[in-house]
Design a protein around this ligand. Structure first.
Ligand code: NAI
Ligand code: 15L
Length: 278
């Protein structure tokens, strides 16, 4: 078998004892809540929002990520963390700061103190949202955030890079495109990430050895691409889903007017959100 076709997970055990997932009450948390049980004896699910009672193989832990003591307790005894929690859209900086910036710092600090070795950080395409649609980017492309939310995800990536260099905590930062049941518009035809591909990415991000600090884009095998994942080849991510199944419906609606910036930039309508509170 040639090196290029070798799967980095060949011979690797894709199961550990306990995975913590923050943001478990959110859209992607709901998708992954049961799926993560394939990879751990126990999944500790956490959110500031209600998660209901613990299901089989689960521990439920309510936690506000902006509270350092609560986060310290939350992280005790886990082998890996899937960090989805936080504000997931463009909002005033005062809302982004505690959840995304302080919250991600609290999580990495708790991981350091408890000796957690691997974090999967749900970053976002909004880190590079001000690049033009159609421009091909890769993991080394400098950030060009399209709002406070994108800035907070760029902060999370840099924090993760620092915690690897200083403390050896490995992170895969996933610049997720649009992970929803369907691609809803022309932009999402390019940015869409199906849930099976999302699961594959998360699994690889937890278990592929020696990832160091890696940035990977989260998009399915869509016809058109803006993101080149070759610099994240270590993960061996091979998407199998495609947005093509949604094309007829998406293209039955007229495109955005030529003067709408939501149609110019990779971040889409996020470039039009805010300023807030004027
Ligand atoms: P979501 O908004 O549905 O879920 C986020 C969860 O975080 C919510 O359940 C919320 O209660 C929780 N949360 C917010 N503030 C918190 C705090 N202070 N303490 C504890 N929990 C808090 O978002 P979704 O779509 O599930 O996304 C999950 C992650 O993936 C987010 O970090 C988001 O930024 C990222 N992402 C998602 C994309 C997508 O297409 N769904 C695309 C790019 C990134
Ligand atoms: C994100 O980062 C958001 O969390 C999600 O709700 C979508 O807006 C997605 O990006 C997107 O760009 O489609």
């Amino acid at each position: 078998m040639s090196l290029a076709s070798q799967d980095p997970l060949d011979g690797v055990t894709t199961r550990c004892h306990r995975i913590l997932m923050t943001g478990a009450a959110g859209n992607l948390g709901k998708v992954l809540r049961d799926r993560l049980k394939r990879y751990a004896d126990v999944v500790r699910v956490s959110d500031i929002a209600d998660l209901g009672t613990a299901r089989e193989q689960e521990e439920v832990a309510a936690c506000d990520l902006s509270d350092p003591r609560a986060v310290h307790e939350l992280v005790a005894g886990v082998d890996a963390i899937v960090h989805l929690g936080g504000v997931s859209v463009e909002r005033p900086f005062e809302e982004i700061l505690p959840a995304n910036i302080q919250g991600t710092y609290n999580l990495y600090e708790a991981a350091r103190r408890h000796g957690v070795r691997r974090i999967v950080f749900a970053s976002s395409n909004h880190v590079i949202g001000y690049y033009k649609q159609g421009e091909m980017l890769d993991a080394d492309t400098p950030p060009r955030p399209d709002g406070y939310y994108g800035v907070s995800k760029a902060f999370g990536e840099q924090l993760a890079s620092f915690y690897f260099d200083r403390h050896g905590i490995e992170t895969v930062a996933l610049r997720i495109g649009s992970s929803f049941p369907e691609a809803k518009d022309r932009r999402m035809m390019v940015t869409w990430l199906g849930y099976d591909d999302l699961e594959q990415l998360i699994k690889r991000s937890i278990f592929v050895p020696d990832v160091g600090f890696t940035i990977a884009y989260g998009a399915s095998a869509n016809r058109d691409r803006w993101w080149d994942n070759s610099k994240a080849a270590r993960l061996g991510f091979r998407p199998v889903e495609s947005s093509e199944q949604f094309r007829a419906r998406v293209e039955s609606v007229p495109p955005l007017p030529a003067d709408d910036p939501a149609g110019w930039y990779q971040g889409g309508a996020f470039v039009k959100a805010g300023p807030f509170g004027d």
